[in-house]
Design a protein around this ligand. Sequence first.
Ligand code: HEM
Length: 379
Amino acid sequence: SGTVAFHGEHQAGITTPAQDRLHFAAFDVTTTSRDELVAMLKEWTAAAEAMCAGRDVGEGGTAGGPAQAPPSDTGEAFGLPAAKLTITVGFGPSLFTDAHGKDRFGIAAQRPAALADLPAFPGDALDPERSGGDLCVQACADDPQVAVHAIRNLARIARGKANVRWSQLGFGRTSTTSTSQSTPRNLMGFKDGTNNLKLEDAGALAKSVWVAPGDGPDWMAGGSYLVARRIRMLIEPWDSTPLAEQERVIGRTKGTGAPIGREKEFDALDLEATGPDGSPLVDEKAHVRLAHPSTNGGAELLRRGYSFTDGTDGLGRLDAGLFFLAYQRDPRAQFVRIQTSLAGRHGDALNEYIQHNGSGLFACPPGVRPGGWWGEGLF
Ligand code: HEM
């Protein structure tokens, strides 16, 4: 069902129309050798290029190698189409400097100021075992087996040099990144992605998604910063909430996705509009009001999140929610700005029904040219 070009000016998997499935993994680098890390990134690039083209990893692949050695590809995607697989890599703050501020691989001076650790937000309940990471890999595809195969083979190549720190499966996209896509619904049953940045709007992408030359160190020009947040939804209280209250919390209607008081999904969201009694149509604490660019000095994000359900929590509740992924040119001016408006008891009305329990921040370098490798400008 189609391939997405691996090479290009930007990494695939950012503005690529959001595929249906996700496997995301954050890695801790265990080697202290810069050469080993570079060799691994080169091997990752070659493997990713093959997988995104629908080919096996390595020369022998699944079943063509010597009988005495483990196959170079784990095999579960053998015979499957590429399913629009994209593999996107990012570098976390901890790759540059360790907890004591020590330069780990001779790249500390190349750490962009925009890759500043995220602040703690009120209401955060972050689990260290679901947060951070020296490297991240986002694999998206229309077939879950293809996405899982991609992460598994990169983890296998990394063995002895990097370990998976945490990972997340996503089963359904919660965003549109192209006007060619219809808007999906998140697990709260609302259309999600209506007012998202779209790949057709090149001006907005240049302003808000792609790092420009001069923004920081040269190696990030053409790249983008990724913020990942595992946001648990408190499904049971949400499901006992009346429809009108659910719509007040989000600021849009549940059926069509139209702004409150309007008819169609893409009708303009007018935050100044008032009802017959003079009160604002969109509640003062509605999610779309507090997340809107006009509330945040013009800040916007390219959202690319996925729904997750990781079984139950042992207390009879679903462990489900939104694995929020957002790309941007500078997290300090974008995610941090918007999340500062949303977070806390006096912020977003949605906070009563959600909890952030995982977090990651990564600098995703520009795209790879034929013959190049991930991170070649950095090392
Ligand atoms: C809009 C849901 C978390 C930023 C929306 C919309 C929904 C929604 C239903 C309206 C449709 C749309 O325009 O896409 C959720 C849920 C969340 C969540 C269920 C948590 C589980 C976040 C977070 C941020 C964020 C953490 C950023 C820090 C935005 C932005 C918009 C939006 C920027 C567009 C606002 C506009 O310009 O109209 N969200 N969201 N959301 N959300 Fe969220």
